[in-house]
Write a protein that binds this ligand. Structure first.
Ligand code: C2E
Ligand code: MG
Ligand code: MG
Length: 554
C-alpha cells in the first residue's frame, strides 16, 4: 500500500475511541491503534500473553478459555464477546468489552476485533445490582439475593432465619441512628456462623437469614442457636437497653427440587412459630416439629374461612351448685373440628383470631349460639339457667360491643341476666378507659360479669372488687396448688371470705377428683366446674342433660 495512504489509515484508526486490533493464531498482535492502548503498559510489539498479564486475575481464566475456544473454531466467523478488567498504567482497572471475529484469506487465518471501555456501564450495572440485591444500611445481601442464591444451590443447605423482636419500637424510641450501633453489634453475633461456609442476609427491618452451604445435625443446630441467643443477650449496646429478643427458625433442605420460595417459607414460618410458641426461642423444622408448625399455619390461613362459614361450633360444660350438686349453668366453649388436623383447641385458634382482628366476629357467633342454646334449654326443661360466654378483652375495645350483644340477646329472645360474660385478667391491664366503660355498660344492661381464670395472673385483688364483677372463677392451677400447699389453700380461704363480703359468687374450675370437692367443703364455694362433673359436650347432648340429676353429688 502507498505509504501516504497507510499513514492516513493509521491516523484514522488512531482517532477511533475504541481499540482495534488484528492477531495471528500464534497470539502475535500484528496491528493495533496505539492511541487507545497508550493507557496500558504495553510495548508496540505486543502479544496475547502480554495482554493477558494485564487482565484482572479473577477474569483471566474465563477470558483465556473463551479466546482459545474461539481460535480453534476456524471457519466460524461468529463474534466472541468477553467482558473483563484490564490494568492501566496508573494501577487502576477499567472494564473492557472485547469482540473478536475469525477471518481466513489467501494469507491464512487471523482474528480481528475491537476493545471498548465499558467501565461506566459496568458501574451503572453494579449500582443497579447493589440497589436490587443489597441492604443499604448493613451492606448485606437482601431477600431477593437470598432467593437467587437458593435457586443456584446444587446440594443440601441449612437456612437459619433470625427475627429480632422490638426493633421497631426501639428505633422509634431512640431514633433511626441507634440502628447503626445495633446492627454493628448484631453483625458481631453473626460471626458465630463463620465456622461454616455461609452467607448472611438482611431480609427485612428485623429479620436476618444465614444460608449455610451444608446440612447440619439437629444437635449442632441446637447448640449453635443457644450460643447465638446467649451472645445476643450478653452483647452490650452503648448503654442503651434493648428489651427485644432473638428468635430462630431453622430449615435443613435436602431436596434439590424445592423452589427458593418454598425453602424461605419453611424457614420463615418456623421462625414465626418460634416467636409465638417456643420457650427456647429456637425451633428446627424437623419431623417432630413439622406437624405442629404446619398446624399453626393451617390455623392462621384457615381461621377466617372457618369463622365466616360457621365451622366453629360450641360445646357446653355444666357448672353445678357446690352444695346441692344441681346444674346451675353451662359454659360455652368454642370448638373447631378440621378434616386435616382433627380437633384444634381454642387456646390455639383464639389468640390467632385475636391477632388477625377476627375475634369480634368469632365472639358474636359464639355468643349468638350460646343465647340460642340457653333459650331452648330453659324452654325444654322449663327452668331459668344461665350460659357463660368467654369474651376477649379485645372485643371490649370496640365502643359498639355492648349494644351489639344486647341486640343479639333480643334477637334470640334471651335475657341478659342469663348470659354471663367471662373475662380474664387481661381486661384490667393498662386500666383502659374504653374497656372499663364497656364493663360498666354491660353490667348496667344486666349481663352478669365473671372474672375467669383468677389466680393464674398477677392482677391485684382490689382492682377486681372495684369493678362490677358478680362472679369469681378460680383457676384450675390455683385450685390444684391449694391441695398441696397450705399457703395456696389459705389464699383461697381469704378469697372466699372476700367474695362473701362483696356478695360475689365463687366458682372453682378444674374439679377433677372427689378429693378436691371434699377439700373445698370448708370454703364458701358456690359452684364447681370440671371433668369430675362433666366434660364439655356438644349442644345436642347438653340439651338432654337433666338439671336435677347429677350422679356425682347424689
Ligand atoms: P376457660 O374459659 O377457663 O375454660 C375452661 C377450660 O378448662 C376449657 O378448656 C375446659 O375444657 C377446661 N376444663 C374444664 N374442666 C376441666 C378439668 O377438670 N380439667 C382440665 N384439665 N381442664 C378442664 P378449653 O375448652 O380448651 O378452652 C380453653 C380456653 O379458651 C378457655 O378457658 C377460654 O379462655 C378460651 N375460650 C374458649 N372458648 C372461647 C370463646 O368462645 N371466646 C374466647 N374469647 N375464648 C374462648
Ligand atoms: Mg371461661
Ligand atoms: Mg377459666
Amino acid at each position: 500500500m502507498d505509504e501516504l495512504i497507510q499513514r492516513r489509515f493509521n491516523n484514522m484508526f488512531n482517532s477511533a475511541v475504541e481499540g482495534l486490533w488484528m492477531m495471528t493464531p500464534d497470539g502475535q498482535v500484528s496491528f493495533y491503534n496505539q492511541r487507545f492502548y497508550e493507557q496500558f503498559d504495553i510495548d508496540c510489539q505486543t502479544t496475547l500473553d502480554n495482554w493477558i498479564q494485564l487482565i484482572h486475575p479473577e477474569d483471566r481464566k474465563p477470558f483465556s478459555s473463551n479466546v482459545t475456544t474461539h481460535v480453534q473454531a476456524v471457519g466460524d466467523n461468529s463474534r466472541v464477546i468477553t467482558q473483563y478488567r484490564v490494568k492501566k498504567k496508573d494501577g487502576n482497572y477499567i472494564w473492557i468489552e472485547g469482540t473478536g471475529i475469525n477471518q481466513v484469506d489467501d494469507s491464512g487465518e487471523y482474528m480481528v476485533g475491537n476493545h471498548k471501555d465499558v467501565t461506566e456501564q459496568k458501574k451503572l450495572e453494579e449500582s443497579i445490582w447493589q440497589l436490587a440485591y443489597f441492604d443499604k444500611l448493613t451492606g448485606l445481601p437482601n431477600k431477593d439475593k437470598l432467593t437467587l442464591d437458593l435457586s443456584k444451590r446444587t446440594s443440601s443447605v441449612t437456612m437459619v432465619t433470625i427475627h429480632f423482636s422490638g426493633i421497631k419500637s426501639y428505633v422509634s424510641q431512640y431514633s433511626e441512628f441507634i440502628l447503626t450501633d445495633f446492627i454493628a453489634s448484631l453483625l458481631e453475633c453473626f460471626h458465630l456462623f463463620s465456622r461454616y461456609e455461609c452467607q448472611c442476609y438482611r431480609s427485612s427491618l428485623d429479620t436476618f437469614s444465614v444460608l449455610i452451604a451444608e446440612e447440619l445435625s439437629d444437635e449442632e443446630l441446637g447448640k449453635l442457636s443457644n450460643e447465638f441467643i446467649h451472645l445476643f443477650k450478653t452483647t452490650t449496646r452503648n448503654n442503651v437497653s434493648y428489651f427485644g429478643d432473638a428468635y430462630i427458625g431453622i430449615y435443613v433442605c435436602r431436596n434439590c427440587s424445592l423452589s427458593s420460595q418454598e425453602i424461605i417459607n419453611s424457614s420463615y414460618q418456623t421462625c414465626e412459630y418460634a416467636v409465638e410458641k417456643s420457650k427456647l426461642n429456637w425451633v428446627i423444622y424437623n419431623d417432630q416439629v413439622k406437624p405442629e408448625v404446619d398446624k399453626y399455619f393451617y390455623v392462621e390461613n384457615h381461621i377466617k374461612h372457618a369463622i365466616e362459614n360457621n365451622e366453629i361450633s360450641i360445646h357446653l360444660q355444666p357448672i353445678v351448685d357446690a352444695k346441692s350438686g344441681q346444674l346451675k349453668s353451662f359454659e360455652a366453649l368454642a370448638r373447631w373440628e378440621t378434616e386435616q388436623f382433627g380437633f384444634i383447641p381454642p387456646d390455639e385458634f383464639i389468640p390467632v383470631a385475636e391477632a388477625l382482628g377476627l375475634i369480634s366476629l368469632l365472639g358474636k357467633k359464639v355468643f349468638s349460639k350460646s343465647a340460642e342454646f340457653i333459650v331452648q334449654y330453659n324452654q325444654t326443661w322449663n327452668c331459668n339457667l344461665k350460659v357463660h360466654v368467654n369474651i376477649s378483652a379485645l372485643q371490649l375495645l370496640k365502643e359498639t360491643f355492648p349494644d351489639k350483644l344486647l341486640a343479639i340477646t333480643r334477637e334470640k329472645n334471651a335475657k341478659p341476666e342469663n348470659l354471663v360474660l367471662e373475662l380474664t385478667e387481661s381486661v384490667l391491664i393498662d386500666n383502659n378507659q374504653q374497656v372499663l366503660e364497656g364493663l360498666n355498660e354491660l353490667n348496667t344492661m344486666g349481663f352478669p360479669l365473671a372474672m375467669d381464670d383468677f389466680g393464674s395472673g398477677y392482677s391485684s385483688i382490689t382492682s377486681i372488687f372495684k369493678l362490677p364483677f358478680k362472679l369469681l372463677k378460680v383457676d384450675r392451677e390455683l385450685a390444684n396448688q391449694s391441695l398441696i400447699e397450705s399457703e395456696a389453700f389459705e389464699y383461697l380461704q381469704f378469697l372466699s371470705t372476700l367474695c362473701e363480703n362483696k356478695k360475689m359468687e365463687m366458682t372453682i374450675e378444674g374439679i377433677e377428683t372427689q378429693e378436691m370437692v371434699e377439700a373445698f367443703v370448708r370454703l364458701n364455694v358456690c359452684s364447681y366446674q370440671g371433668y369430675l362433673i362433666a366434660k364439655p359436650m356438644p349442644v345436642d347432648q347438653a340439651m338432654m342433660t337433666d338439671r336435677l340429676n347429677n350422679p356425682i353429688f347424689n
